[in-house]
Design a protein around this ligand. Sequence first.
Ligand SMILES: Nc1nc2c(c(=O)[nH]1)N[C@H]1C(S)=C(S)[C@@H](COP(=O)(O)O)O[C@H]1N2
Ligand SMILES: [Mo]
Length: 197
Amino acid sequence: MAVFTRGFGGRAREQDDRLPPGQFLTEDFPVLSAGPTPRIDTDEWEFQIRTETGETHRWDWPAMQALQQDDITRDIHCVTRWTKLGTSWQGVSLDTLFAEVESGYDFVMAHSYGGYTTNFPLDDLLDGKAWIATGFDGEPLAAEHGGPARLLIPHLYFWKSAKWIRGLVMQQDDEPGFWEQNGYHAYGDPWLEQRYS
Ligand SMILES: Nc1nc2c(c(=O)[nH]1)N[C@H]1C(S)=C(S)[C@@H](COP(=O)(O)O)O[C@H]1N2
Ligand SMILES: [Mo]
């Protein structure tokens, strides 16, 4: 970690090796939602993973809470050019969830309550790279930030971190989700500036 000053100084940009190309530091936590914030009661909340056999693995709120909860500290990078360093989350690793799932497919479509979708390779969810986050800074995740639960895939641009996550569907091919159909990059690596396709 390099020395940096707060705010949007050009010097901070040049000196902080945690800042991907074309990004600016922010101390705020902006809210970016394509539609209204769905309100999902944890009594009714459910997370699913569906495979090519049609088998559906389901976790309700108590089942998710019973799994190992990780503390996660990561930098997040929005394609609209803000980066927030050292954000702190609590949640369940996708490794934990996929330990119960068998699939020969290499791609995943994430589906959210409210209809948002986003796509990625399965490899990008595994080996400690992604979580179902239910906490932020030690508090329950706020609804506008995706509570009760959102996907957290911090190594990709933040549009991949689907808020109000409802489930994952295994896919044979990589198909574009909501923003990917609207010009965003299929993969979205912030270090390669994969903003648009
Ligand atoms: N369901 C859903 N998830 C979403 C979005 C959305 O509109 N709906 N916006 C994406 C975008 S573009 C970004 S930058 C982040 C913003 O998360 P935040 O509002 O917690 O900062 O959520 C991503 N996940
Ligand atoms: Mo975004």
